[in-house]
Every structure is written in C-alpha cells, then in structure tokens.
Design a protein around this ligand. Structure first.
Ligand SMILES: Nc1ncnc2c1ncn2[C@@H]1O[C@H](COP(=O)(O)OP(=O)(O)OP(=O)(O)O)[C@@H](O)[C@H]1O
Length: 628
C-alpha cells in the first residue's frame, strides 16, 4: 500500500511541529517521538540496500515506506538500480526475487559472483528474498504501526482541529475582548487625559487651598482677636445691660415724674396765661407806644424832648416869636405820656421786646391788633415791616417768628397750631388783595362779610397757610410788589392806603380737648396828615376824605368802645369793619404813634400825639380769651 497522504500528512505535521514545537501538545509530542523512533529503522533498511548514507539521512519516513511498498507490490528499481528494466530480467511475473537478484547484482558490487555461479546467485537471491520478506514484514508491521499512528494522528488532528476551533473561538473571544479592551483603552486614554486635567485642576486647587489656608490662618488669628474683643464687649454689654436696666427704671420713674410735671406744667401754663392776661388787662387793653423817627442827617431835634428819667413821656416844645416884638419869644410845651416812648435810637428789637408779650396773647387765644399811626414818612412801614436784614426787620416778621416758635414749644404740651395769613390794602374805601398773583385784569372785587359766628371774612381774598417764617417773609415781599405796582399809576399811593396783615391762629390740644382761635392784626395806616382844603381837589380830595374818614372813624370806634356805648360804628369805614373782630372787648390793641422829628412836621406831630393821647385815655372792657 503505497499511499502518499501519509507522507503529506507527515510533512504537514512535521512542518507544523517544527514551527510550533514549543506549543506542541503532550500527545503530539509523543507521536513525534514514535515517528522519530521509526526513522532510524527505515534508514537502516535503506542502508541495508546500500543506499548512500546521505540519502538515508535525507530520506524521510515516506521514502522508506515507498521503498517498502515497492518491495511489497512490485519491487521497483531503486535509485541505485540501472535503467535496465526489471521486467525483462524477470522471466516470470511472480518471481519477485529475480528483480531483487538483479538488483543485488547491480547494487552489491563487492560480492559479485561469477556469471556461472548460478547457484550462488540463487542463494544470494534467496537471501535477498528472505531479507526482503523480513523487511516486508517489518514494513507491514511498520505500516500497521503507522496506520495506528495515522489513526491516532487523525484523531489527534481532529482533536487538534477541535482545539484549533476552540482556540479560534477563544481567539475570537480574545479579539472581542481585545476590541472591548481597545475601547477600554480609549476610555482609559480619555480617563488619563481627564486625569491630567484633573491633576492640573487639583494642583491649581491645591495652590488656591494653600492661599485659602494662609488666609484662614490670618483670619483665625483675627477671629481670635475678635473673640477676645467680643468677650470684652460681652462683659461690657452685660455691665451696660445692668446699667440700662437701672436707667430704664430711672427713666420709668422719670416718666412718671415728667407726666406729673406735665400736668403741673399745663396747670402752670394756664396760670401763666391767666396772670399774663391779668397783667395785660392791668396795662390796659389798648396801649399806645410813641416812636420818634431819627433825623435823616442823624442830627438832633430841639423841639422834641424825651425826659431821661422816664421812658413814657414826650415833650413837644415850640418857641413862638412875638408878633409885636415888645415881648420876648413865647415857649410852649406840649406834654404827652404814653405806655412807652421810644427815642430815635431805639432799635427794632427793643420795640418788639415791648410788644412780644402781646403777641404771646394771640397764641393764648386773644385777638391782638397793632396799628402804626402817623404822618407820611414818620416810620410806620419801617416799624411794621422793617427792612429785610435781621436787625432791621419790623414787627410783622418778628411777631410771626415768635408765634411759630411759641407754637412749636406748645406742641410739646400737646398743642397743634395752624396759621393762615392774609394781606389786604384799603385804598379809597376799596379792598385790594396784596397776595394776589393772577392777571391784573382779572383782579376780583372784595366784600367784607360778617359770619353767623361773628367772624369777619373777605370774599375772594387769598388766605395762605403758612408754616415757616421765610414763607411769611415771601408774602411780605409779594405785598410790597403789589403795592408798588399800584403806586406807579397813582403817585405815593402807599402813603394814602392802609395795609392790613392778618394771621389767623387756630390751636388744638386734642389730649386735653381744648381749642383756641385768634387773629393777630398788624396794620400800617395811611398817612394821617391833614391836607389844606384849598390845596386838595379831585382824586386827592377824595383820598383825603377817605383817609380822614377812616382814621377819624377808628378814633370814634375806640372811643365808643371805651365809653361802652351800645352801638359801635364799625361799619362806618372799611378799616373798622375789617378790624371789628380785633377791636373791642375780646381783643388787645396796641397803637404805635410814629412821629417825624423835622421841625416842619411839628403840626402833624402835634396832631398825631393828640390823637394817640385820646386813644391812650380809652380803657376798653376786659378781654376774654377765645378758648373753648
Ligand atoms: N426808626 C427808624 N430808623 C431808621 N430809619 C427809619 C426809621 N423810621 C423810618 N425810617 C426811614 O424813614 C423813611 C420813611 O419811613 P417809612 O416809609 O416807614 O414811613 P411811613 O410812615 O411808612 O411812610 P408812608 O406813609 O409814606 O408809608 C424810610 O426810608 C425809612 O427807612
């Protein structure tokens, strides 16, 4: 059986084995050893046929198998055999030994027999046949062994194939795992780059942490300091809390005292008002102050004498030349006394000090009226309004200031005051609103009305709520402006008109359920000079008549009040009608008589002093407060 697959298989295995000997399975190794064990045998067989050692060495197991096969099936020529066909040497097809002999003849050169030694040759052939038979047997045995080995190898191969398959599947698994691992590696790389970033971040954070630690250390130090301070302050606070408790107790008792004192104060205030008004009444509800204006050049007027010993008298002295010349000049003194006489050096403050008590009465609920009477240029406006600088401010701004201050002071006793101002001019028995700000062409007309509660009001008049002195100062300026506008059309009109500033005061003491209401009237009268009848005509005559009428009517009203007459002719002039509420039993009246120091005003001064003296002699009935 000469079959090449064994050889092919062997070659494959050999090759495979040589390449993968280190990975050879134990069974495979065993098989290899068995194959190796057969090799020398085969080689020996070939050597026995006098094959060249090199060929024997080179000849693989298949070669010897082929040789053995040839010997079994058709003993063919070996390489060393001559090209002479064996078949021709064998006369009978069955004689297997003959070609062998021929082979020996050719192959065994050392023991050649004589051509005639046929017997020897036969013997040789027989030996050879025996040898070949032996070889064939051993070849058969070997073949059987090889078959077994082959089957073993086939099993082994199938096993190996299985193993290969297993390995392949294992490899596939490994590949899958490898793929998974490559993904893992990618992830790992990503993680690694992330890690680098994080490490950088970490190092940044570590640096920051160090900074923060440093900061924390310093802050801890600071904290310690603060804690110490806190503990000091806590102890201070405890001390202060104790003190506070003591103080609170003190405050509580003080509050009680304050409440008691408030009660006392209120009672005292009431008492003060009562006494104050008693004094005012004792002084007279109508008083007259005389004020002498300084000379323009600051000189001295000889005809006006103010006795140094007393501030209530004034002497008007006149020296009259003798008409005959036979007798000396005659001196005539006119003595007057008033509640107070102010010389030319008296300041605005001194003047106000004297009337401030009267202004206080207005807050106590009494109507108060202050007039300035005198000839033109005698200082009425200066006395009432004054000038804008502090020292030269007149009665109106000072009175308002005092009223506001006193109102604030009384607020601590629960009083709440509202002040309303109006400023009106009476010219030729016509009323004109001095706080009017509209168009001149639309100036309204005004009427004086007496309300059912006996209060007097003027229709269409501006009644301005005032809260500050500055505001009042603004109203005075506005009034001046309105008067000067009128003056441009009628020369020196202000001298021939009365201006009446009224401050309506309303007070409420809700806690004690007390209210009070009063009016403070500050009046700058028209010039009181008498015109020579022959010189006055037309409008001037009309003006003069109106002025004379209202001023003389003022005198009549005052006299009527003093005489307690049943009818008081208030309605005879706009001035007395307007001032009705401020004149009479329920009011306190002060008249300034302003006189000019010039000698040529002597007559007018005398007239003024006489008029004032008449007023001064009046004692108007006891005033009563408008308090409810
Ligand atoms: N006591 C005084 N001290 C200084 N100057 C005064 C004093 N009295 C008046 N004057 C000044 O005399 C001038 C005339 O005064 P004022 O205008 O007050 O008079 P009047 O009586 O109001 O006049 P009229 O009736 O024209 O209004 C003004 O320039 C004023 O500044």
């Amino acid at each position: 059986m000469s079959r090449l697959p064994v050889m092919t298989s062997k070659r494959v295995l050999t090759s495979s084995n040589s390449e993968n000997s280190q990975f050879m399975a134990p069974a495979e190794k065993k098989m290899r050893r068995e194959q190796d064990a057969h090799k020398p045998q085969a080689a020996a067989t070939v050597i026995g046929h006098r094959q060249a050692p090199a060929a024997a060495t080179r000849a693989p197991l298949s070669a010897s198998t082929r040789t053995a096969g040839a010997a079994t099936v058709a003993i063919g020529p070996s390489r060393g055999v001559s090209k002479r066909p064996i078949a021709s040497a064998a006369p009978r097809g069955a004689a297997v030994a003959k070609p062998s002999a021929a082979t020996k003849t050719v192959g065994v050169g050392g023991s050649r027999r004589k051509p005639w030694d046929l017997k020897g040759k036969v013997t040789d052939m027989e030996d050879k046949i025996r040898t070949y038979q032996t070889k064939a047997r051993s070849a058969n045995e070997e073949m059987e062994t090889l078959k077994g080995s082959l089957s073993h190898n086939q099993n082994r191969m199938s096993q190996l194939e299985k193993e290969v398959e297993q390995q392949k599947s294992q490899i596939r698994k490994y590949e899958t795992q490898l793929e998974a691992l490559s993904q893992v590696r990618q992830e790992l790389e990503k993680v690694s780059s992330d890690k680098n970033l994080l490490q950088k971040e970490l190092s940044n954070l570590e640096q920051k942490y160090k900074v923060v630690e440093t900061l924390r250390d310093s802050q801890e130090t600071e904290l310690q300091t603060l804690k110490m301070k806190l503990s000091v302050q806590e102890s201070t606070m405890t001390r202060l809390q104790n003190t506070l408790r003591d103080r609170e107790e003190e405050v509580h008792s003080l509050k009680e005292t304050v409440a008691e004192q408030k009660e006392e104060l209120h009672a005292g205030e009431m008492e003060r008002r009562r006494l104050h008004n008693t004094i005012q009444e004792l002084k007279g509800n109508i008083r007259v102050f005389c004020r002498v204006r300084p000379l323009v050049d600051g000189g001295f007027s000889k005809h006006i004498q103010l006795p140094a010993s007393d501030d209530k008298s004034i002497v008007l002295a006149k020296t009259e030349e003798s008409h005959t010349g036979k007798t000396g000049d005659t001196h005539k003194n006119y003595n007057f006394s008033f509640d107070r006489v102010f010389g030319p050096k008296a300041s605005q403050q001194e003047i106000f000090d004297e009337i401030s008590l009267l202004v206080q009465s207005a807050l106590d609920g009494y109507n108060v009226c202050v007039f300035a009477y005198g000839q033109t240029g005698s200082g009425k406006t200066y006395t009432m309004e004054g000038e804008e600088y502090d020292d030269t401010r007149g009665v109106i701004p000072r009175a308002v200031q005092q009223v506001f201050k006193a109102g604030q002071k009384l607020a601590t006793q629960g009083w709440e005051f509202t002040f309303t101002a109006s400023f009106v001019e009476i010219y030729n028995e016509t009323l004109r609103d001095l706080l009017y700000t509209g168009k001149a062409s639309k100036r309204p007309e005004h009427e004086i009305r007496k309300m059912s509660n006996n209060e007097v009001t003027v229709t269409n008049l501006t009644y301005e709520k005032v809260y500050t002195e500055d505001q009042v100062q603004g109203l005075i300026a506005l009034a001046k402006q309105n008067r000067s506008t009128a003056q441009t059309s009628q020369n020196d009109r202000s001298s021939r008109s009365h201006s009446v500033f009224q401050l309506h005061i309303e007070g409420v003491n809700a806690g004690r359920d007390v209210t009070c209401k009063s009016t403070l009237c500050l009046v700058d009268l028209a010039g009181s000079e008498r015109m020579v009848k022959s010189q006055s005509q037309g409008d001037r005559f009309k003006e003069m008549t109106a002025i004379n009428s209202s001023l003389s009517n003022l005198g009549i009203v005052i006299t009527s009040l003093a005489n307690k007459e049943s009818h008081i002719p208030y309605r005879n002039s706009k001035l007395t009608y307007l001032l009705q509420g401020c004149l009479g039993g329920n009011s306190k009246t002060l008249m300034f008589v302003n006189i000019s120091p010039e000698l040529d005003s002597f007559g007018e001064t005398l007239n003024s002093l006489r008029f004032a003296s008449k007023v001064n002699d009046c004692v108007i009935g006891t005033a009563s407060s408008n308090k409810k």
